[in-house]
Design a protein around this ligand. Structure first.
Ligand code: ATP
Ligand code: MG
Length: 172
């Protein structure tokens, strides 16, 4: 569907699962409105997992920044935390299903969230990149195309494509 990404993000942040961390998440955008084609269900999972990771993996309660920036041909959404970070050598494995980094062994998780983030971003013709420094923090950046002011329609999503159905009921 066509949606305004700015108000969509506000809706996500108002959801109950973020109510406890609301004052930690700082949202900024370089546009007041951004009409895009996106699947709201998939997009909610993308942002939901990146934000919940940022909160979960910054146990000191530091600020998490969510930024939306749009140019003529692309829009980017980035999530930055000042948490535990990810070792460089583990970054290539991050999007593998069930991969969990060594320094998060004591923090609950299944390791499936980012595998879905990558698949769901790709269904929107987007890419996801990570920058991180151990002990300093992490930025996940997703980049989506905008063509002639609008992105291409989202690829058809079929539940049977999922290798793991848990995401459909996951509150993560
Ligand atoms: P879940 O499936 O419930 O989301 P998870 O959070 O462990 O579990 P992913 O979201 O796929 O799984 O993340 C995979 C791994 O990547 C995490 O276990 C963690 O080791 C690492 N990771 C992800 N995001 C961050 C982050 N913001 N800071 C540090 N490590 C991270
Ligand atoms: Mg996660």
């Amino acid at each position: 569907v066509q949606l305004d990404m700015v108000s969509f993000i506000h809706t996500i942040l108002d959801k109950q699962k973020f109510s406890e961390s609301k004052d930690r998440i700082q949202f900024s955008a370089n546009v007041e409105q951004l009409i895009v084609y996106a699947d709201t269900y998939l997009m909610e999972h993308i942002l939901g997992n990146l934000l919940s990771n940022a909160i979960k993996y910054s146990p000191n309660g530091d600020r998490v920044s969510l930024r939306l920036s749009a140019s003529k041909k692309h829009y980017n959404i980035s999530v930055t935390d000042q948490g535990i970070g990810i070792a460089q050598k583990e970054i290539p494995k991050l999007f593998n299903p069930f991969f969990r980094a060594k320094n998060t062994e004591n923090i609950k998780g299944t390791g499936i969230g980012l595998a879905f983030v990558k698949q769901f971003v790709e269904l929107h013709h987007g890419t996801v990149t990570v920058m991180s420094e151990l002990g300093k923090g992490t930025t996940f950046m997703i980049k989506f195309p905008l063509e002639e002011g609008l992105p291409r329609p989202v690829k058809k999503f079929n539940e049977n494509q999922l290798s793991d159905k848990r995401i459909l009921s996951s509150k993560n």
